[in-house]
Design a protein around this ligand. Structure first.
Ligand code: ADP
Length: 151
């Protein structure tokens, strides 16, 4: 059983995240989408909303679970018996950042980080951009799955 966690804030889920999870399903038996809880961070969407957006987007997909967690990714991996961390790469900045974290995680544990390169059509999408479009009343619906809607 190959189980990976896909950690992030998902504030909100974007078509970029959606693409990585969809492609990840072909590599792993189970993907646990892990929403990190950081009490110092201000979010646009509540934890419940962020969780629901992902659950609805993957309701027809067996093998995708959504949970919230606190603390280190490697500790959470051990808790849920996951051997892999799935991450997406969009650009060189992502690579440099992710490289340092993956090396750190490797020094703390046996957990392997598996990277998927962003798809050409979603490489420019980031949650921060989506939030900016929403704040300025733009059409954010082209950037997110149908389950993500502002009330
Ligand atoms: P964090 O909260 O860790 O900054 P996010 O919640 O935005 O990150 O993203 C979680 C994961 O999804 C990260 O691995 C990030 O690189 C990846 N990701 C985000 N947007 C995209 C995209 N457009 N294409 C590919 N991967 C993406």
């Amino acid at each position: 059983m190959k189980r990976a966690i896909f950690p992030g804030s998902f504030d909100p889920l974007t078509l970029g995240h959606y693409d990585i999870i969809k492609r990840g399903i072909t590599l792993f038996d189970e993907i646990i989408v892990a929403i990190g809880v950081n009490s110092d961070k201000k979010y646009m969407f509540s934890l419940e909303e962020r969780k629901t957006f992902i659950e609805i987007a993957f309701k027809d997909e067996t093998g995708v679970y959504v949970v919230t967690y606190k603390g280190l990714n490697v500790d959470f991996c051990k808790e849920v018996n996951a051997e892999f961390i799935l991450r997406g790469l969009r650009n060189p900045a992502d690579f440099e950042f992710e490289k340092a974290i993956a090396h750190t995680n490797r020094s703390l544990s046996e957990i392997e980080t598996v990277f998927l390169l962003t798809s050409a059509g979603t490489s420019y999408i980031a949650s921060s951009i989506v939030r900016d479009v929403i704040r300025n009343n733009g059409d954010y619906t082209k950037l997110v799955p149908d389950s993500v809607r502002v009330k």
